[in-house]
Design a protein. Structure first.
Length: 75
């Protein structure tokens, strides 16, 4: 239940910020409302793609051999 409340709070925060910034820049309630609706939708679509790209980058980094130390630093 706490996780649901936290996620709902995060969505409301995103929507409020999107509305506030857009309204401050345009002075339009309609444009602010549109931004408030579109911003969470874009996050739902783009964040899994973002996470997948970072997972691939991490896997590539983990599969690379460790860099060799110069001989003067081995002793």
């Amino acid at each position: 239940m706490l996780l649901l409340a936290q996620k709902t709070s995060q969505v409301m925060l995103h929507m409020s910020v999107a509305f506030g910034v857009t309204y401050a820049c345009t002075g339009s309630l309609a444009t602010g409302g549109l931004a408030a609706i579109l911003e969470p939708i874009c996050n739902v679509v783009l964040l899994p793609l973002h996470d997948r790209l970072w997972d691939r980058a991490g896997a590539r980094r983990a599969s690379r051999p460790a860099p060799q130390q110069p001989a003067h630093q081995l002793a």
